[in-house]
Design a protein around this ligand. Structure first.
Ligand code: GTP
Length: 237
């Protein structure tokens, strides 16, 4: 089996790490995700990983807190998730480095693009923590930014939905899932896949995004092997 990608940026939503608990980190869930990541690494795929923080902190819903401070707490949440994933990967025998956009040198390496690329070349998984390091930017935007910086061929947006639908499948039983969708179609149909900053960054730079469900972590391996999972978002060209 041959992977169709050489270097990917895998974005994992924080919520999925909570498993059925709905909050915090579920060890079994993290392990099964990491086993799939290891399978991809063993196939020779270079993997950059960005994780959200929603299992610990939903900054935007804390109305009484200053947004910047709420987002700082969210960044720390992504750092915790990054360390948990790193630990699980290491226990599976995967070489991994964590780099954070906010310096916390005692805990992780600072984000240095060229160093991350060297890590990939040596077969290490690199986990990028703390989002972009800036408030007002989502971890989807961080995933798009890091994907561009490291020249990833595709962003895997692994989340808790099967892909992109023409209407909300929870409300409309006849909702239709797209296999592929262009950014222009996404905009004209007013479909929200990610926040507009992340979407603009991807669209302007022609980055492909594959949106798929992580309830079956093996979907990551299927996607790497080029099987049809979820929805591919791409430019018009
Ligand atoms: P090579 O240069 O390819 O050998 O990479 P390396 O990451 O193995 O070497 P390095 O000597 O840079 O790092 C050795 C260990 O220290 C690795 O586990 C790194 O993740 C870790 N490390 C390196 N820099 C930092 C840092 O700034 N902070 C923390 N917390 N760990 C670091």
């Amino acid at each position: 089996m041959k992977p169709v990608y050489k270097r990917i940026l895998l974005k994992i939503s924080g919520e999925v790490l909570a498993g059925e608990k709905g909050h915090g980190i579920n060890g079994d869930t993290v392990n099964s995700i990491c086993r799939a990541v290891k399978e991809c690494a063993d196939l020779g795929v270079e993997i950059g990983l960005v994780v959200g923080g929603g299992n610990f902190w939903r900054g935007r819903t804390s109305e009484h807190m200053q947004r910047t401070r709420a987002d700082h707490i969210g960044m720390l949440a992504t750092a915790m998730n990054s360390l948990a994933l790193a630990d699980a990967l290491e226990q599976l025998g995967v070489e991994v480095r964590v780099q954070t956009a906010i310096e916390m040198k005692e805990i992780a390496e600072p984000y240095i693009r060229n160093r991350a690329v060297r890590h990939f070349e040596k077969g290490r998984v690199v986990i990028f923590g703390c989002g972009t390091g800036n408030p007002f930017f989502s971890t989807d935007t961080a995933a798009a930014l890091r994907a561009l910086e490291i020249d990833a061929e595709v962003i895997f947006k692994a989340t808790n939905v099967d892909g992109v639908y023409d209407s909300d499948p929870k409300k409309n039983p006849n909702a239709k899932k797209y296999d592929t969708l262009t950014y222009m179609e996404m905009l004209s149909k007013e479909i929200t896949v990610m926040d507009s900053t992340a979407a603009t960054l991807c669209m302007d730079n022609n980055v492909q995004i594959l949106v798929f469900n992580l309830s079956d972590p093996h979907n990551i391996v299927r996607a790497v092997l080029g099987e049809t999972v979820g929805t591919i978002l791409k430019g018009d060209k």
